[in-house]
Design a protein around this ligand. Sequence first.
Ligand code: NAP
Length: 307
Amino acid sequence: MRAVVVNQWGGPETLTVAELDRPAPGLGEVLVRVHAAGVNPVDWKTRATGGLIEWGAVPAVGWDVSGTVEAVGPGVTVFRPGDEVFGMPLFPRQAGGYAEYVVAPARHLAPKPESLTHVEAAALPLAALTAWQALVDTAGVQPGQRVLVHAAAGGVGHFAVQIAKALGAYVIGTASAGKHDLVRSLGADEVVDYRTVRFEDVVSDVDVVLDGLGGETAERSLKVLRPGGRLIVLPGPDDVPAETGAVRAEWMLVDPDHLGLREIAALVGRGALKPVVEAVLPLAEAAKAHELGEQGRTTGKIVLSVA
Ligand SMILES: NC(=O)c1ccc[n+]([C@@H]2O[C@H](COP(=O)([O-])OP(=O)(O)OC[C@H]3O[C@@H](n4cnc5c(N)ncnc54)[C@H](OP(=O)(O)O)[C@@H]3O)[C@@H](O)[C@H]2O)c1
């Protein structure tokens, strides 16, 4: 099978397409024929340095996939060959999602939302699960609460706006002015142009901040929280500011949980969640997809078309 591998940790040019043996599903595992693979910042961050990921013998990046079950290993009862599935298997261990086939524990996958193409479904797993696990599992957002989503037009942000809205929250997003119409169309009640306005000057009494930027944005976000408020920081544990007053600040790592995927698929099914896909590139152009993503300006998601 064709798979994108990393020759040595470094720039996008270190990604190459290799011929590898097609993996076989073991006990409790599913072999998925990948139709599309989603691209996430963790893909290029780990391509650059290896990061904290547990790699296999041949480093192969990528986690988000949507495809068709090709075969199941012994003991798998929830999927059969031919089922259409999506997920982000094995994270934070190597999955090798930029490939024609991946093997996944059965419970790292869920049925693909029927209304979506494989390209759209591959945009969902890591970014939408992050938003779901931050807002629902971690912060327990309740109807009427005020939620501030930074980088609201990005991969995680555009899902977080929609999920927070579906939970009944009052949603505020930060984005550059050209993206405000999109962020509003996703359900944001207010959008702040972070390039011309300091968000802490115009936003207050927030229950939950979801911060995909870290650094000084995380520090400044503490000022907008009400007592008891929660700041969830995504880039890394070093981005979490020291807590001040009666607020909680923490880093969260996404988990490849099939229950969250099923909740996300249900939201898609009832029209409350829709991925925005900015660019689709062929598998062989994974390096170009990384170059594009690393500019940090992505609206929604970048996806690789595999099949
Ligand atoms: N901990 C975890 O489990 C986890 C999971 C997922 C993601 N992450 C991390 O979370 C971060 C975000 O991921 P992502 O997939 O959402 O990234 P992304 O899609 O690459 O984010 C791009 C977006 O960021 C916006 N942006 C850049 N600077 C901004 C600023 N100062 N204020 C507001 N918006 C700004 C850009 O909008 P403009 O063009 O308008 O600037 C663009 O739309 C990454 O560091 C990623 O590694 C962590």
